[in-house]
Design a binder for this molecule. Structure first.
Ligand SMILES: [Zn+2]
Ligand SMILES: [Zn+2]
Length: 186
């Protein structure tokens, strides 16, 4: 996911370079989402690098198999997230003169390093973070866990529903008992 763009930076604006993501590179995901989300396989994708007046615009589609935790049943599952990456990269050094280039006031942009290496990993990681579901579900109809006993309701019902009904009846019975008592007193 690191490409030398010296040649592209010497080219006229409008020139493009197509790159395939090489899946040997791993995304560092250690500081994001703790243990609940992690890449679970090789990253694939296709990115076109466009030479712009100031730098390079990267535009592509990336797929990452991810291990996520279901928000309902808390089990890990694997799903492939596919998302677009559209980010600007600016040089830190002039490719022809070697003079430092003053950083542009763009917090959105990524730097091309002094050896003219464009590193897509941070851009992919940021877009992957945005593509993560807020509530990941192992499947749309996941039944989740029983809030009382923690039983995985995907494996079948637990005894708690009956208990809930029993509690209602016992509460009702308590009321009736009170009524009986007050009648007896009266
Ligand atoms: Zn689930
Ligand atoms: Zn239960």
């Amino acid at each position: 996911m690191i490409y030398n763009v010296a040649q592209l930076m010497k080219s006229a604006p409008g020139t493009t370079l197509d790159v395939e993501l090489d899946s040997d590179d791993q995304l560092d995901f250690s500081d994001v989402e703790g243990d609940e989300a992690a890449p679970a396989g090789p990253i694939t994708g296709h990115v076109r690098l466009h030479r712009t007046n100031q730098g390079i615009f990267a535009d592509g589609i990336v797929s990452v198999p991810m291990r996520l935790q279901c928000a309902r049943c808390l089990k890990d599952f694997t799903t492939t997230l596919t998302f677009s990456v559209r980010e600007e990269f600016f040089p830190t050094i002039d490719v022809v003169t070697g003079a430092p280039v003053f950083p542009l006031h763009s917090e959105e942009a990524f730097p091309i390093d002094r050896r003219h290496q464009l590193d897509l990993r941070d851009a992919i990681r940021q877009n992957l973070t945005l593509a993560l579901p807020i509530r990941a579900l192992c499947r749309e109809e996941c039944a989740g866990l029983c809030p009382q006993c923690g039983h995985d309701l995907n494996d079948g019902p637990c005894g708690c529903v009956v208990e809930q009904v029993d509690e209602r009846f016992s509460a009702l019975r308590g009321l009736l008992d009170d009524a009986d008592e007050s009648e007896q007193v009266g």
